[in-house]
Design a protein around this ligand. Sequence first.
Ligand code: C5P
Length: 222
Amino acid sequence: ASTGPLAGCRAMVTAGPTHEPIDPVRYLANRSSGQQGFAIAAALADMGADVTLVSGPVHLSPPAGVTYLACETAREMHALVMGSGQFDVAVCTAAVADWRPEHEAAQKMKKTGLQDVPPAIKLVPNPDILAELSATGSTRPKLVIGFAAETENMVAHAIAKRQRKQCDWIVANDVSPATGIMGGQDNQIVLITPDRVEPWPKMNKTEVAKQLAARITVWFSE
Ligand code: C5P
């Protein structure tokens, strides 16, 4: 068994983007690299937690000592998270696609002539993993943490998101291209809890992960 302040604590971390198929060779995706989620999984494992990391497609090696489950789509991520048992803390860093193409074409979609009308792709909503984890009654993790990647009105949107999704904390970050956060090494977050809005200084994603893991440890010790 592990030692450390989070020994015995079961943690679920989601990370990365999801890929939503259009046809056998095309998909919808986003710019998430998975770095922040992988760093949080590593930091929680370092504190002794029993960590399950569920990630969409990324170019990263899973941290040592975590149970790693890889997936592509939001629906696969949802099934892995819901099928992995109960957790004490869930940290949803994944940039899950909010929508997916309603139908995946069985064969590559082809142009047939120059006058073609481009195909319309109808989108339908994906399951919301964070909202579902936040609502699961007696099996709800004691602490559910969501992320809010915003490009405008970050704090206001994140406060509203915390209410709407019913999670406990929200980590808000500004992912406007000019910040270089999405896909970059550094992160600048605002931690939103039921009673506080805390802007953190800019630091690298490993440091954000360590400090967040430390805060989670304090929360469980209170
Ligand atoms: O609504 P929005 O996608 O901005 O919410 C972001 C938060 O919700 C993140 O914590 C993300 O991991 C989580 N989320 C999720 N499942 C979805 C969409 C978002 O878990 N389908």
